[in-house]
Design a protein around this ligand. Sequence first.
Ligand SMILES: Cc1cc2nc3c(=O)[nH]c(=O)nc-3n(C[C@H](O)[C@H](O)[C@H](O)COP(=O)(O)O)c2cc1C
Length: 342
Amino acid sequence: MYSLLRRALFAIEPERAHALTLSALQLASKCHLLPWRGSEPSEAISLMGLRFPNRIGLAAGFDKDGCSIDALGALGFGFIEVGTVTPLAQSGQPRPRLFRWPARAALINRMGFPNEGSAACACRLQQRRYRGICGVNIGKNAATLSVAAIDDYVTCYRLVAPHADYVAVNVSSPNTPGLRSLQQLEYLRPILEALIEERNAIRAASRRPIPLLLKVAPDLSNSELATIAQVLLDQRVDGLIATNTTIARPLSVSAGSDTRSPQAQAGGLSGAPLRPMVLQAIRSWRAALGADFPIIGVGGVASSDDAVAMLDAGADLIQIYTGLIYRGPSLVGAIRAGLKHR
Ligand SMILES: Cc1cc2nc3c(=O)[nH]c(=O)nc-3n(C[C@H](O)[C@H](O)[C@H](O)COP(=O)(O)O)c2cc1C
């Protein structure tokens, strides 16, 4: 069924196809046409003080403004991460900025955080009926200098945290100039320090855990990874999301001079070619952070076997994005079924 729909969607420009899909899902949800796929108690897992109905989540970037939380929730996800949102609305990079690479079951994007701003997202979070876990991924505006990034993160945090189950700090998207440099100690430590202070205050006032997670790139060196791991442990950050898209093109086939080839496009690569990098990264993060540190694995999961491999590498939870584009919504149920007897 989805293969037919996919053929139709893939005939449309990728970003437009995505917008159409979200609108159709919203409409179907409003008309109660989406069968609710609840989770069984045996699928639930407690982590970071939260109870996740199942281990499969929707990765950030799919529903950037939180417009479709209820509809996406009906697809059977145990958790949904909206965003990335920034303090001010911004339009992102010029189009085209999203490219399919069907031969590799991959996408390349250089969206650059188009979003309506944190306040708009906060309103939508308040209106959601979805009762699963809902996280919000926060970033900085493109115009904000790295030295001032801390204010952007704190502004976003204050707006969205009261309405979120967790907050993810995005310092790893490759499409906002300077964003990945925030993974360096001189920037990362003060940003996390400030957000942990905010988290502690809201945690005390609301009596909700509101865990704070860091989302990292797959392109870190071993020494960068070790440094960040120490900061996470020192500052008692609640969890890690590994990973964002890669700026590498980890394939033997080179694009050569063919600039029409999707892999010649600048931006972050996601989907199947990212999977081996992410599995290796998760093993390294698990070794560096210890057995109990919560890790959400994301990158190239497109089957229950992929999900099992990611859990075996050390992830506690899994998110998907590109797999959903290529395999359709039945992927959520397929992975959940595959994980039932673990
Ligand atoms: C079109 C697109 C937009 C994305 N936007 C964001 C974003 O705004 N924030 C973020 O943290 N990650 C974003 N991501 C990265 C995904 O959340 C995920 O980390 C990455 O795609 C790897 O997972 P996948 O291989 O299952 O897609 C985006 C990915 C894609 C394909």
